[in-house]
Structures are given as structure tokens and as C-alpha cells.
Ligand binder design. Sequence first.
Ligand code: EPZ
Length: 418
Amino acid sequence: MDAMIVRGGRVLNGEVEASGAKNSALPLLFSTLLASGEHVFHNTPKLNDIQSACKLLDLFGCETQHDGHVLRVKVKALKSLEAHYDVVRKMRASILCLGPLVSRYGEAQVSLPGGCAIGTRPIDLHLEGIKALGAEVSMENGYVVARAKKLTGANILFETTTVGGTENIMMAAVLADGTTRIENAAKEPEIVDLADYLNKMGAKISGAGTSIITIEGVNSLKPAEHEIIPDRIEVGTLLIAGAITGGCVTVKKARPDHLLSVIEKMREAGFRLTLEDTAITIEKTPAWKGVDVTTAPHPAFPTDLQAQFMALMTQAEGTSVITETIFENRFMHVQELVRLGANITPKTRVAVVRGHRGGLTGAPVMATDLRASASLVLAGLVAKGETQVNRIYHLDRGYERLEVKLQSLGAEVRRTDQ
Ligand code: EPZ
């Protein structure tokens, strides 16, 4: 079981470049099913989740090729319309093949993803949306089976804002008969990136990035080429690495407009942040303090940075109340941070962090999910001595060579095969 060993005490300084966004690349990959031919994506991060998505596309009969950060997807006549349990259980975003498959091929058999560490992760809103567009949906042996001769545009109101649900319905509606209007749509930058690519393919989508998205169905789409947006969660993680060690770090290939709530929160805590078109610089000021954070759908503070921000708050002077409103079990990093000496009192959806500069001491800890593992690495950067983060494979799902990026800023961090 490989681990990451972090020796605390180094101040991180310098420049580092963010990779492309995992949560944009994944829906983009599945959108290729909507058009035969060769799709080309630039700035595609090399991550285990991207590998899993490519494996699923290959099983459908596509040909994927990921050289450097250019990913080519050749879509031909598919040999299967089944997203197998073995792939879906490892990468729940595979559910995003549902909309494209039903929309273009009239059928999809997608294994139910099952829950994951951070929550039950239901897909009821995805299925209600696909049904509203006219698909017959049934459950057969743990698989969602959806069929439709031709989808028909509809008005869809999501009772809960859902990123994946918005993406699935957008991709289903682009080839439907008539117009679809999604209300209470997710507004994340990844939704806008997907809509941009679908429109490049010939779709007619307006309103992406707002809570009302309108999709006018078209007869067919063509493959295109696209540059994936930077990963705002990785950018936030790298900024926190600079902040927690008291250094001055510039993250390049960043989009400040994708992280306004995080920038605002870091400034409220007392950090100085300088914004450029495609870069963000953070540096500490003498008296930074604990601040309260509540996660919520974009443009509010992202749930995917909650664990990393909590690691930072363990070092703040004063108390921080962190409220997680998106997922029901996203505090599993708390007990591991407490093992390092953090003073955190978790309740169901709220954690009270009593910050204490220099209060962490290195110890073996266990990564439980992708963002929790990043939180533990960040805490290790300031814990006295060595912190061993076990089950580091979680990190590789969503961060491309994070240890190399941290080393380039001066961190003492290495991988070991246990
Ligand atoms: C996406 O997951 C991201 N994953 C998650 O990032 C991110 O945390 C999440 O959005 C919220 O921003 C990808 O984009 C691949 P949701 P998704 O549907 O689409 C409930 C990471 O660390 N819900 O917006 O699955 C759900 O339970 C990952 O990179 C339903 O009730 O999230 C949750 O409480 C983790 N029914 C809320 O909505 C549904 O049908 C938001 O979930 C769908 C969702």
C-alpha cells in the first residue's frame, strides 16, 4: 500500500503550474459519445480517474490515446452500450455516459455506482431528468437500463442543485427533439466548460453558468478540439500549501474568477492574495486568524476544498466553524487531523476547529478519500517531524504528481511503496 512521507517545517515559496480540471475532463470525455470522429482535448490531466474513463470509452468501442496532456478520443460504431460494474464502482462519474448513450444510441445500461466514502451519492435526479426527456428507465440486476427511440425536450427543475445531474441532462438534451430548459442548474465552471465544448460540436446551449440553461435540440453533432480549464480545486490546494507553511506561492494557469469565494475567504483570514489573468499569488501576513466557512454550490465555497481549508484552520489563531452542506459524511479527515494533534470537535455537518500555530506533530495517518488525502498532506507540511499518509492512491485520482509540485516549492515530501 503506497504512502506519502511528508517532513514538516519547510516554508514553501515559488511558482507552480496547475493541471487541467479533473471535473471538467470527465464529463467532456463522455460527451464524445455524442459525435463520431476524433475529439481532441488539450491540458488533460494524467489522473487515475481519467484513465478509468478512457477504459470505459474503449470498452464501448472508442479508441482513446493520452500522450502528454493531449487526449484524443476516436468514436466509431460502438460495440457495447454497457458501463460495467467493475469500472463504474471505481469511478462513479461513469454515470455521465447515461445521457449521451440514451440521446444518441437510444439505449444505455449503466451499473449503479453505489455509495462512496463521502456519502450515498444518489442518482435519482439524473434518472428523473432522463425520464422527463421521455426515456424508459428500469433497474435490472444493479444496472440502470434506459431506452428511448428519440428524446423529447422538456422543462426540468432540479430540487437539489446537482453538478452531475446538470451535465447528464445537458448531454441528453442536445440531440432531443425540441427545447429543454433546466432550472436550478449547477453553475460550476466545469458546467460552462462542457457547454462550451458541446456548442463547439454544434449544440445550441445558452445560459450555462447561470441557474437556467436552455438547450435547443439539433439533429447531429461533430467532433471538435478543446482546451480544458485549469483545476480550481488543485489551485486552491496549492495556495493553501503556501499559506499553511507561511510562504509566498504563485499558482500559474489558474483562473481567479473560478475561485472568488475561496480568495475572499483567504483574504478574510488575513492572507494577501494578488490576482492576475491566469495566476494567483498568496502570502501570509503576521496576524492571520481563523474564519468560519460554509460549503455550498458554486459560486459559494466549494465542498472539494473543505478538508484542505480545515487543515489550514488548525494553524490559525482563534476558532473556525466549518459547515459542510453538500455531503453527509465529508469529515473523515477530522479524526486523522486530530491524530496529528489538531483540536477539532466534529458534529454531523459542523466541525469546530480551535487553531493553534505549530500544534501538529507528525504521525502515520490514513487517507480515506481524495480530498481528505490532500488535507493530510497539507497538515504534514507543518507537523513537527514526519507524517506518513497511507492509502495515498486516493490522492492519485485527482492530483497529478502533487508531490513533484510541492517539491518544486521546497517541500520535503516523497512516496514510498509500503
Ligand atoms: C461533482 O459530484 C464532483 N465530481 C464532486 O467532486 C463535487 O464534490 C460535487 O460535484 C459537488 O460540487 C465530479 O464532477 C466528477 P452533485 P456530483 O450531484 O455531480 C445530491 C471531487 O472531490 N444528489 O452536485 O456527484 C448529492 O447527494 C468530487 O472531485 C442527489 O440527491 O455531485 C449531494 O448531496 C467529490 N441526487 C448533492 O446533490 C442526485 O441524483 C450535490 O451532488 C445527484 C446528487
